[in-house]
Design a protein around this ligand. Sequence first.
Ligand code: SAH
Length: 219
Amino acid sequence: MSDSYESTRLAMVEQQIRERGVHDERVLEVMRRLPRHEFIPEAQREQAYADSPLPIGEDQTISQPYIVAVMTAALHLTGKERVLEIGTGSGYQTAILAQLAAQVYSLERHAPLAESAAAVLERLEIENVELHVGDGSQGLPDMAPFDAILVTAAAPSIPGTLRSQMSPDGGRLIIPVGDAKNQYLERVIRRGGKWDLQRIGAVRFVPLIGAYGFKAADV
Ligand code: SAH
């Protein structure tokens, strides 16, 4: 998509993402095309391509572009997957997933964020996304199993509900796990009754608030 931010966006992908070691061409190409500024509130728009998270309202943030790229690449999407995202927020990560997988289900607990994400996705004509308002720590059992699950808020531990909703045939889950301030990004791969866990790196996410996350009063 050609727009007034295009050269800034290409520089973002080159300098913040590719040069830092994310080389998955499918992920890079989607991030070169997708207008990140459309997902950012007016007041912050000039910062849309900065190397940092940004406020999106309701005390929440859109993730730093590099982190979005790392998490997306770690899912190894081929285009055929059914994906569950928890923490729609601005909808930016949702839009990226939608262009790399077959169908995306995304859950957000703040209805106003889900509504504005839905409006941007519609404007960009991204149609393979189903948005739900609710507690994503419980997953979406009616739609399970998922080939990939991406959690974009920090959990105190990996919710068993999400483990059980992973496809037993190589399903993967990416989730930040730790306390409310500091976490490690973890990747889990399920094969049958076995869940293999790997740590990707240190991260900082807003907390996952819900039945299998943090309690609102504790953060
Ligand atoms: N992927 C988003 C990141 C948003 S920040 C983006 O790029 O814009 C994390 C989001 O998780 C916030 O919008 C927050 O409201 C949401 N969240 C926190 N706990 C949740 C829960 N239990 N269920 C669904 N969404 C949750």
